[in-house]
Design a protein around this ligand. Structure first.
Ligand code: NOJ
Length: 570
């Protein structure tokens, strides 16, 4: 018999309250226990990581100077915890003249004063650890800024040791105008340097001279840098521009020789300080090169971004047909068991569509970035996800595909609320505008009206409409959806660790996972037509339990999806 609480005596009421609290705490304990179980079955923290990428300067300003800082980030950790992410990847935060948004460093051991002090960084690290959030930092060791004291010295004294730390040629190399990473903006990779009368090599902009990794001192320096930050407590690094760190520029721009042993050395160094720490590589390479980059047993890179799957996902979405995406996942299936793929939709750069065939790329442009101002470097799109995909159901299916992709996942700040882009900003800055927290001044990013980069303050993506607080209050918002997908993802370690297979289907994308006693099936409809889902015959004995509301799992609406637990039939 249920007892209406308002008819009870005070004693009985207290008793009921106590029982409810006990039940609640029991439920929470069960969840905690389940999370702990998952942890203990997870061999490495990174296999099932959900990584959140942000720029300290664009995230949250604590002191009203118009630029985000570590204090602001620390105060936002409860938001990130609630979102459910398990790791943060910090974009470069070391001193820099900021000609490439921090990817041009002048001191590897420092913290950009504008972002805070060493103490602020340490406070942030402590607070992140307290919330069990791992911290990865960008490490940009392929090149320095031209303003770095090492390069200044290299220019001033050609017989000094720092001269050898960079890559020089006395004669203009034949391929001086080949191999640019930013074509259309960058015109050469070897630039004449007046003071030395020589040419220096720069894979990226001319203000980013490449360090010479054939020089042992440079290699030792790189290891020192890693050791230093590991001792500050970071859990690993997003290694910038991996193929260029290890190439030998004088062997040609097209197909240079690589020194993979450098990656072995870096990982060995990391292991000495923290055996659990990792290198997450930015290496947009072809399928047959993956093994070389991971190394046998992931002794080189432990994680790699899956750029290949990313571009084929946009192609498949543009076409309304998942086949090419499934094929891309298959082509990138091989990896060492201790290595992990990181899937993502958007990052801080353009969507790189370089590996698509011309016709495929044209289709993606046509669908998601038709104007010249939306395209960049003759290979990509410089837009955020929401303005590209527009339809809420298309955005949601993209997220569901992401969180069910075999590997770990990464999302970029602001994508969880569907922030827009600012095409008036140059190159990739279009997708790096400040975080939109609420409807107050500068979108709650800063108390100042003058921000170091404009907050989007107009149109459908302006902070007045798109912000965290507004979406927090709306159970139907993108933020709530993304949060629920992250939480669902974390309940399924089979996605990071299990065996997977794609079920043949011309209409739907059907992925099955198996890990220990867990089995999961995810079904996605990339098209604008609803589709019928008929489980493959080898599943006919099993019971499929839908995990999401919204459809019955039999008819998958246009851009719809469903996840199922598979309970084995006897
Ligand atoms: C790759 C980074 O993702 C990009 O933002 C940067 O401009 C270049 N490396 C140069 O560091």
């Amino acid at each position: 018999m249920t007892v209406p609480i308002f008819h009870c005596t005070l004693r009985l009421r207290s008793y009921i309250l106590l029982v409810s609290l006990l039940l609640l705490s029991c439920q929470q304990n069960n969840e905690g226990q389940r999370a702990a179980e998952l942890q203990s079955t997870t061999p490495s923290w990174y296999a099932n990581a959900v990584i959140y990428n942000l720029n300290v300067g664009s995230f949250k300003d604590s002191d009203g100077d118009g630029r985000g800082d570590f204090k602001g980030l620390t105060s936002s950790l409860s938001y990130l915890s609630d979102l459910g992410i398990t790791a943060i990847w910090l974009a470069p935060f070391q001193p820099s003249p900021d000609q490439d948004d921090g990817y041009d460093i002048t001191d590897y051991f420092g913290i950009d004063k504008r972002l805070g002090t060493k103490e602020d960084f340490q406070t942030f690290m402590k607070a992140a650890k307290a919330r069990q959030i791992h911290v990865l930092m960008d490490i940009v060791i392929n090149h320095t800024s031209v303003e770095h004291p090492w390069f200044k010295s290299a220019r001033a004294d050609t017989s000094g040791k720092y001269h050898q730390w960079y890559v020089w040629a006395s004669q203009k190399p034949k391929d001086f105008d080949q191999g640019m990473v930013f074509p259309g903006v960058q015109t050469e990779t070897w630039t004449f340097d007046e003071p030395t009368g020589k040419f220096y090599f720069h894979r990226f902009y001319d203000f980013q001279p490449d360090l010479n990794y054939q020089n042992q001192e440079v290699r030792l320096m790189a290891r020192d840098v890693l050791r230093y930050w590991l001792k500050q407590g970071v859990d690993g690094f997003r290694l910038d521009a991996v193929p260029f760190v290890i190439d030998k520029p004088e062997t040609g721009a097209k197909d240079p020789e690589h020194m993979f042993e450098i990656l072995d050395e870096l990982t060995a160094e990391i292991r000495k300080v923290n055996p659990e720490a990792i290198l997450l590589g930015e290496a947009n390479v072809a399928a047959e090169e993956n093994t070389d980059y991971f190394g046998k047993d992931a002794t080189r890179l432990q994680m790699m971004f899956n750029f290949y799957a990313n571009q084929y996902l946009f192609y498949a979405l543009a076409k309304g047909d998942p086949t090419a995406y499934g094929k891309a996942l298959e082509e990138f299936r091989d990896k060492p068991s201790k290595g992990q793929w990181v899937h993502f939709l958007r990052n801080h750069d353009e969507i790189d569509l370089d590996r698509l065939e011309k016709k495929q790329r044209e289709l993606v442009y046509q669908r998601f970035g038709p104007e010249a101002s939306m395209q960049l470097y003759d290979r990509g799109i410089r837009r955020r996800l929401a303005p590209m995909l527009v339809k809420p159901e298309l955005i949601k299916v993209a997220y569901s595909v992401l969180f069910s992709a075999p590997g770990a996942q990464m999302i970029r700040y602001g994508e969880e609320i569907g922030m827009g882009d600012d095409l008036a900003l140059r190159e990739r800055l279009s997708v790096r505008t400040p975080m939109q927290w609420n409807e107050s001044t500068s979108g709650g990013f800063s108390s100042s009206k003058e921000t170091y980069r404009p907050v989007i303050a107009y149109g459908g993506y302006g902070y007045q409409k798109i912000n965290v607080v507004r979406q927090f209050k709306d159970p139907q918002s993108l933020l709530e959806f993304v949060k629920s997908m992250i939480h669902l993802r974390r309940q399924h370690p089979e996605i990071g660790l299990g065996n997977w297979k794609i079920h043949p289907s011309s209409q739907l994308f059907i992925l099955e996972y198996q890990y220990q006693d867990k089995r999961l099936l995810t079904v996605h409809n990339f098209s604008a037509e609803s589709r019928t889902f008929e489980p493959a015959s080898d599943l006919s004995k099993d019971r499929l339990r839908p995990l999401l509301s919204g459809n019955d799992g039999k008819t998958i609406p246009a851009y719809g999806f469903q996840w199922f637990n598979i309970n084995s039939g006897s």
